[in-house]
Design a protein around this ligand. Structure first.
Ligand SMILES: [Zn+2]
Length: 182
């Protein structure tokens, strides 16, 4: 529907989860965390001071509200590289999987429960479920058997038989970490 108004449309990608680290922001579209939204909007107001007067703004707002309908959102795959797997909080690099947990190759920090945060990130970025192969790719685990053992240890639901098994990442995956107490 046309309403006959010229307004600048500025696409941005905003990560609402503060734990997401953006390794290489893309040049094509601004990518930032929620904390950066306020200053982005301020800059836009400076950049387009005369774009919309208050009256027009009200009109557009009412129009958008009238047009509102619940959309089934499709997942988008932005062309940015997001740090994968278990990330060292201090160094912001991917930690390497070892026999017992994960280790940061820069500072030597070890962690056991980074797996919950990694799966939480995976769920937000890609999908509610993960296969053994995807798990290995994302967390940098080499062995299919190790990955399978790690996944079944989590005690999360799965669908399908061994070969095509999909593990369902629950929305409360982070709370599971504290329940396990490790
Ligand atoms: Zn580190």
């Amino acid at each position: 529907m046309k309403i006959g108004i010229d307004v600048p449309v500025v696409p941005v990608i905003v990560f609402t989860d503060p734990k997401t680290w953006i390794a290489t922001p893309t040049q094509e579209v601004d990518v930032f965390r929620l904390s950066g939204l306020r200053s982005k909007v301020s800059r836009l107001f400076e950049q387009y001071p005369a774009a919309l007067g208050e009256e027009l703004l009200d009109y557009v707002k009412e129009h958008f509200i009238a047009c509102y309908q619940k959309l089934v959102l499709k997942r988008i795959y932005p062309k940015v590289s997001v740090l994968k797997g278990v990330v060292c909080i201090g160094c912001r690099v991917q930690m390497r999987h070892e026999r017992k947990g994960f280790r940061c190759m820069q500072c030597g920090t070890k962690t056991m429960n980074g797996i919950y945060e990694a799966l939480h990130d995976y769920r937000l970025l890609y999908n509610d479920w993960i296969t053994n192969q995807e798990f290995r790719d994302f967390l940098g685990v080499e062995s299919i058997y190790t990955a399978s053992r790690m996944l079944s240890k989590l005690g999360i639901d799965y669908m399908g038989n061994f070969k095509n098994r999909k593990y369902v990442i629950p929305p409360n995956i982070l709370e599971m970490a504290s329940k396990k107490g490790n």
